[in-house]
Each structure stands twice: as structure tokens, then as C-alpha cells.
Design a protein around this ligand. Structure first.
Ligand SMILES: Cc1cc2nc3c(=O)[nH]c(=O)nc-3n(C[C@H](O)[C@H](O)[C@H](O)COP(=O)(O)OP(=O)(O)OC[C@H]3O[C@@H](n4cnc5c(N)ncnc54)[C@H](O)[C@@H]3O)c2cc1C
Length: 464
């Protein structure tokens, strides 16, 4: 509990009803969607309703030496919102206004607490879409997803969050309010600060407004599934499709463990005697182009010995995608602790990475199901365990170390979309080196010299 005068000052800034102090309320903010993380009950949760309130809370926190932990919906998978130190959780649930949809400029301006799906519901009547779509679109916020630079199922063709942030308002640790970018398609004025804050995981500034780019929603789509007896055939299909110069909106993979688990869970009729399946969707504005691309993809699937199932109706399409969306819930059903990683490799190494994950599972006697965005090389090895079993968790940690080391040895990266947070901070130097870490700290310390913004996340404070 913080000093009484600090609490009173918080209440004066945001109003009594927007300050949470009861333990029963605070517990909800002690964790996020990440497994195997420390839990920490915050001292206070503050829910501002305007940028000015955010600024005043930041100033108060800085003066009193308190840490600030920004929080959207808490769905991140790297421990990004856990309040490790004495301080304030700054929750954006009450800054959730869609301020403007501008169909002429193809932009929308929103407060950080807007849920991604709510933005899409608001722009759909204009025939527009905001393409980034993490699996949590129905709950995740714009602020959280910009701070994570989230990806999702459509990353291959449409890119990730950073490709849709045109402008931003940010409150800095010193209390300054700054704006970068805006509605212009072109803007090369100043350093590209908007992109610096995208993916900064709440460690450089508090995002209080976002101007997002919208695109015309594709009118036509075809979905299909390819089933493969050999992992290599699935991997070769992924590269073969891209080589055929078709860029699907979505190109997803599931390994045998995931397929079996999804089928047990959903009973949608997936065959359980295959090593991998690919789910593929092509889309566009012209029916004949989409049809031609679907034919080209189908040809590549067949050339690689895949058994092809083309969805012939919306109901069949929905069934295919329900299977993909069930991957994580199905795996999660099997064990109390689900460690979901997002090691990412060049597309040409997807098969190697899948095989490596299977070998790592065998080596450590663990169940690992791997699924993910094959077209992006962004895989989600998912380890099923029980956090109460200390011996098993030691094996899990060794397996995770090996998964990341393998991804890096294949020319990959620690995170394609889930960020670094607490979960992957210890590996950061392995990818960017000591000079990279020094650069990260220089940027951090220029903007937040006292480490009050989300300390303990992403940027290690001392030389590793
Ligand atoms: C089942 C499941 C599926 C998922 N699928 C995907 C997927 O396909 N692709 C993907 O990329 N991710 C995925 N995720 C991860 C997660 O949903 C995304 O990272 C999401 O965008 C986070 O949004 P949030 O509102 O929950 O942010 P939070 O978890 O609340 O916060 C995320 C980070 O942003 C910071 N932050 C929040 N708001 C602000 C702000 N206003 N200013 C500054 N910093 C801020 C926080 O401090 C934290 O570091 C998945 C998660 C789950 C549980």
C-alpha cells in the first residue's frame, strides 16, 4: 500500500472511482496471460480517462519514485504487464474512445484502450479494415498491441501492427506530451519516433492516442487445407507457394501433436494420421484473381504430395479456421501450465525448426505441440507442463533455452510477435550482442533515466 497522501493525490487526479486499492480488485492485475511468471499484487491501479490525467499521474509517480506499469487487456505472452516493483498499474480500460474514423484519408484515431475488434466493427460499414489480428482481437487493446507490435494470422500479406501506425501521441517519463506523424501518407519529418514507440513494450513512453491506417476490406477469399504425411512436404509447400508468386493472406501450420489435440477437443474431423497440415487463405478485390491464386496454391499443395480440401462454403471455411483458432485452447486443456513461445525463423527453415522442436520434446521428455504462422516463419512451440512439478519445470526451462538457441542458429529471432517482456530478457544479448544491449540502454536512459516506465521488462538494467 502506498503512502496515504499519494493515494489521495491519485484520487484527486483521476477521481475516486478510478483508483483501485482493495486486494480483491488488485489481484486481477498481478498477472497476465503469460505462464510460468512471478505474480505480484500491485500497490494501486489507476484508470485515467484523458491524456492530461495520464500526464499528471506520470508526474506524481516520478516525483514519488514510483514505477508505472501500463496495461491494456493483459493478454500479452511475455510478462509485460506484471508490476514487479513498488508503483502504479496504469490501466487503459476507461480510455477506450474511437475518436474518429476518416474514410477519405483511410485512417482512424483512437484512444489506447479501444479493443481491436471494436475498431474493426466501427470501420466495417465504410468497407474498411484494420488488418493486424492477434488471436485475441476480441479482447486485446490498440495500446497494448501497438506497444507489443503484435502480428497475427494475416501478417504474411498485410504485415504487422507497425505497418498500420501513422501517428501517435505519447506521454514521456518527464511528463511531456509529444505527437509524431498523423494522417499524411508521407512523413519524413524528424526521427521516425512513432516507430520507436511501436514495440517498445511500455518502457519508453505511455501511448495515449493512435492514428491507424485502414485499408479497403478484401471482397473475395478462398480457404483450403493441405494434409501432409511428411513434415518436409508441408515445409516445401510453404516456400513453393511463395515461389509461385502468390502471397496468401494466411498460411498456417499445425504439427501432428497439435492436430491430434485439436481433433480430440473440437471433433471437426481432422485426420490424425498426418504429420502436418497447412491452412491457407487467399483474398482480394477481384473474384477471378482470387480464384486464379487459389488454383495456383492448390497446384503447389498437390505437387508436394498434399491431400487438398478446398472450402466450398462459408460454413466450411469457418470450420477450417475454428480448428486453427482452437489450437491453443485445445493444447491448454491438457495441462495446467502452457508455455507458449514464438521463436521465428526464415521461412525456408520452418521444417528444420519443426523437426528441432520434436527432437527437443523427446530429449527432455516433454509434450510440445507446434503451430503457427508458417508463411512468416513465426512458430509457436507450446510446452505442456505443470508449474507445481519443479523437476518438470527445470526440463521445460532447458527446452525453452534450446528452442531459442536453435531459432537463432537458423538465422531467426527470439520473438516474431509476443515481445521480450520478462520472459525473454535473459536471451536478448544472444541476439543483439553487448553493443546492441548498450544501444537499448542508451535509448531507454535518454527517455527514462530513472527506469520508472515498466522497469524489469525488455531492457536489462545492468551489463549482463
Ligand atoms: C490466446 C492468445 C492468442 C494470442 N495470439 C496472438 C497473435 O496471434 N499475435 C500476436 O502478436 N499476439 C498474440 N497474443 C498476445 C497478445 O494478445 C498481444 O500481445 C496483444 O496485442 C496485447 O494487447 P493487450 O491489450 O492485452 O496488452 P497488454 O498485455 O495489456 O500489454 C502489452 C504490453 O504493452 C504495454 N502497454 C499497454 N498499453 C500501453 C500504452 N497505452 N502505452 C504504452 N505501453 C502500453 C504493457 O505495459 C505491456 O508491456 C495472443 C495472446 C493469447 C493469450
Amino acid at each position: 500500500m502506498l503512502d496515504k497522501t499519494i493515494m489521495q493525490e491519485m484520487e484527486r487526479i483521476v477521481g475516486e472511482k478510478n483508483v483501485l486499492t482493495r486486494k480483491v480488485d488488485l489481484v486481477t492485475y498481478s498477472y497476465d496471460a503469460t505462464a510460468d511468471m512471478p505474480r505480484q499484487i500491485p500497490d494501486v491501479v489507476v484508470m485515467p480517462t484523458s491524456t492530461e490525467e495520464v500526464r499528471r499521474v506520470v508526474n506524481l509517480a516520478r516525483e514519488k519514485g514510483l514505477a508505472i506499469y501500463p496495461r491494456g487487456a493483459g493478454t500479452n505472452l511475455s510478462g509485460g504487464t506484471i508490476p514487479l516493483k513498488k508503483g502504479v498499474v496504469l490501466s487503459f480500460q476507461r480510455m477506450n474512445r474511437i475518436m474518429e474514423v476518416d474514410p477519405d484519408n483511410l485512417t482512424a484515431t483512437v484512444q489506447p484502450g479501444v479493443v481491436i475488434q471494436d475498431l474493426n466493427n466501427a470501420v466495417l460499414p465504410f468497407g474498411l479494415v484494420y488488418p493486424p489480428d492477434p488471436g485475441t482481437v476480441a479482447t486485446a487493446t490498440m495500446g497494448g498491441s501497438v506497444a507489443e507490435n503484435s502480428g497475427g494470422l494475416r501478417g504474411l500479406k498485410y504485415g504487422v501492427t507497425k505497418h498500420y501506425v501513422m501517428g501517435m501521441e505519447v506521454v514521456l517519463a518527464n511528463g511531456d506530451k509529444v505527437r509524431f506523424g498523423g494522417k499524411t501518407v508521407k512523413n519524413v519529418t524528424a526521427y521516425d519516433f512513432a516507430n520507436l514507440f511501436v514495440g517498445s513494450e511500455g518502457t519508453l513512453g505511455i501511448i495515449t492516442e493512435i492514428t491507424a491506417k485502414l485499408i479497403p476490406a478484401p471482397k473475395y477469399r478462398r480457404s483450403m487445407m493441405g494434409l501432409f504425411k511428411k513434415l518436409e512436404d508441408a515445409g516445401n509447400t510453404v516456400t513453393g507457394i511463395i515461389k509461385s508468386q502468390v502471397i496468401p493472406a494466411t498460411l498456417e501450420i499445425m504439427d501432428r501433436t497439435t492436430i491430434e489435440t485439436v481433433e480430440n477437443y473440437t471433433k471437426v474431423g481432422l485426420p490424425t494420421d498426418v504429420e502436418a497440415l497447412l491452412l491457407i487463405e487467399v483474398d482480394g478485390m477481384a473474384e477471378e484473381v482470387v480464384e486464379r491464386e487459389a488454383q495456383a496454391v492448390a497446384k503447389v499443395v498437390k505437387e508436394n504430395s498434399g491431400d487438398l480440401k478446398l472450402a466450398t462454403s462459408d460454413a466450411e471455411r469457418d470450420q477450417l479456421w475454428a480448428a486453427r483458432r482452437a489450437a491453443l485452447p485445445a493444447l491448454a486443456q491438457l495441462s495446467p501450465t502452457v508455455v507458449l513461445e514464438d521463436a521465428t525463423v526464415p521461412r525456408t527453415r520452418v521444417t528444420d525448426m519443426l523437426v528441432a522442436c520434436q527432437k527437443i520434446a523427446e530429449k527432455y521428455g516433454l509434450k510440445i505441440g507446434t503451430f503457427g504462422h508458417a508463411g512468416d516463419g513465426n512458430l509457436h512451440p507450446t510446452i505442456l507442463a505443470d508449474a507445481n512439478n519443479k523437476e518438470e519445470m527445470q526440463r521445460v526451462h532447458k527446452a525453452v533455452d534450446e528452442i531459442f538457441a536453435t531459432a537463432l542458429s537458423f538465422g531467426g529471432t527470439l520473438s516474431g510477435e509476443h515481445g521480450i517482456g520478462i520472459a525473454k530478457m535473459r536471451y536478448l544479448g544472444d541476439e543483439i550482442g553487448q553493443s546492441g544491449l548498450r544501444l537499448m540502454r542508451s535509448v531507454k536512459e535518454a527517455l527514462d533515466p530513472h527506469y520508472i516506465l515498466n522497469p524489469g521488462k525488455m531492457v536489462p538494467e545492468k551489463e549482463a
